[in-house]
Design a binder for this molecule. Structure first.
Ligand code: UD1
Ligand code: MG
Length: 423
């Protein structure tokens, strides 16, 4: 076994009463992914492979979501954060007395992997019994306060309900991310008493206990106050999503894309957009989308997961694209829906074109070859192929499997070939 093996535990047993929800708080989503998903991904990104998730409220449901990403362990009674960590004490990895344990709460998705990495690295260098993450905020209410002596050494963390007026005025607070020497942690947890107003076993009490045991207590401070945002209510979720969106958009803008109004633009993780593309207001781009350079996207459009758009494409107002590929120089400028469609180069999709890709049971594919001209209000019933340079008249309905050969003009309902005329 490696000397400095590091495992992680994510605490996610709580109900999240203030969410007023039928589902556990940590399964609520920021964009496409639940809060817990962000925390798991961030821990993975640091390079920690052994991850435990403590479940409690709707344990089965949480377990289903976690899948093979981590090992779920149920905390039968929610006796507090220290009791939650205690559930994993007998896991094989802790037979290695030097194993480290990263503890992080499932309701803090905005703590970045960069910050977690800083914490882990500092702990490996300092050899402290614990390195904890802190932040200074103007309004510390609701958080545990970090109490230091005049030499700046950490004495304890005091939870708000237990704090006196002086302690409450402390602006440095506990983010809820810590890395411990596991052997010292479990030894300290044994000494915790639930002698507080909530009658819970507070993990934060280990700091004072470790201090008493003459162990080294170390800390890392982040200057990004957004990272601490623990989500405790539905409104907290809204605030967190805004911060998350801003982070994503900032990265995209810095890479050479114009986003005219970040306030009304929703872009998920795992989206790539090429240089000089302009995103107009009220645009929604879901995860796993690639858009080329020099495109014009929106306003008021939705590009859903799985879409691939090449360079120099215009996707205009009230257009929805779903699992669709669009080749270069194609125009889809007004009020259209294309699903499961592959569109070639230099195609013009007229206003109001609809691809009927779902027959009530299955989804089918549509191919529109290069230089085709789809007239306004055309309905293409999938599966169907439109050849290159083919034309459909305004309001045409092309039935399924009635492929339109290259260069042919079709009109009407159902669409029929027009006078053998070629384009
Ligand atoms: C906790 C910290 C506080 C810190 C804040 C940061 C403690 C005692 N306090 O307070 O110092 O400033 O987070 O957000 O740790 N959980 C379990 N089992 C339990 C109890 C809780 O799994 O028995 C889980 C919850 O689901 C949650 C996490 O632990 O994900 C934190 O618990 P929560 O009740 O939200 O603690 P806070 O009051 O936010
Ligand atoms: Mg909390």
């Amino acid at each position: 076994m490696m000397k400095n093996e590091t495992a992680a535990v994510i605490l996610a047993a709580g109900e999240g009463t203030r969410m007023n929800s039928n589902y556990p708080k940590i399964l609520h989503k920021l964009g496409a992914k639940p809060l817990l998903g962000y925390v798991i991904d961030n821990v993975h990104a640091v390079g920690i492979k052994k991850i435990f998730v403590i479940t409690g409220f709707k344990s089965k449901l949480v377990k289903e979501h976690v899948g093979t990403d981590a090992k779920c362990i149920e905390q039968k009674k929610l006796l507090g954060t220290a009791d939650a960590v205690w559930q994993i004490r007998n896991e094989a990895v802790f037979k290695n007395r030097d194993a480290r344990l990263l503890v992080i709460y499932g309701d803090t998705p905005l703590v970045s992997s960069v910050t977690i990495k800083r914490l882990v690295e500092q702990n490996l260098n300092s050899e402290a019994a614990v390195t904890l993450l802190t932040v200074r905020i103007k309004d510390p209410s609701g958080y545990g306060r970090i109490i230091r002596n005049e030499r700046g050494e950490i004495l304890k963390i005091i939870e708000e309900q237990e704090a006196n007026v002086y302690e409450r005025a402390t602006e440095e607070v506990n983010v809820g991310v810590y890395i411990f020497k596991s052997a010292e942690l479990f030894k300290a947890i044994k000494q915790i008493k639930p002698d507080n107003k909530k009658k819970e076993y507070y993990l934060t009490d280990v700091v004072e206990i470790m201090r008493r045991n003459n162990s080294t207590i170390d800390s890392v401070e982040t200057d990004d106050a957004d990272e601490i945002l623990g989500i405790n209510s539905r409104f907290g979720l809204v605030r967190a999503y805004k911060i998350f969106r801003n982070r994503v958009i900032k990265k995209i803008v810095e890479s050479g894309v114009t986003v005219l109004d970040p306030e009304t633009t929703f872009i998920d993780e795992n989206v790539q957009i090429g240089k000089e593309t302009i995103i107009y207001p009220f645009t929604v781009i879901e995860r796993d989308v690639v858009i080329g350079g020099d495109c014009s996207i929106g306003p008021f459009c939705r590009i859903r997961s799985g879409c691939r758009i090449s360079d120099d494409v215009i996707v205009g107002n009230f257009v929805e694209l779903n699992r669709t590929q669009v080749a270069g120089f194609t125009r889809i400028k007004h009020q259209s829906y294309l699903g499961d469609t592959i569109v070639g180069e230099k195609v013009n999709i007229g206003a109001g074109t609809i691809v009927a890709n779902y027959d009530g049971k299955n989804k089918h594919k549509t191919f529109i070859d290069k230089n085709a001209f789809i007239g306004s209000g055309t309905i293409l019933v999938a599966p169907v192929k439109i050849g290159s340079r083919a034309v459909t008249g305004a309001g045409a309905v092309v039935p399924k499997n009635k492929n339109v050969p290259a260069g042919t003009i079709v009109v009407g309902i159902p669409a029929k070939k027009l006078n053998k005329k070629k384009r």
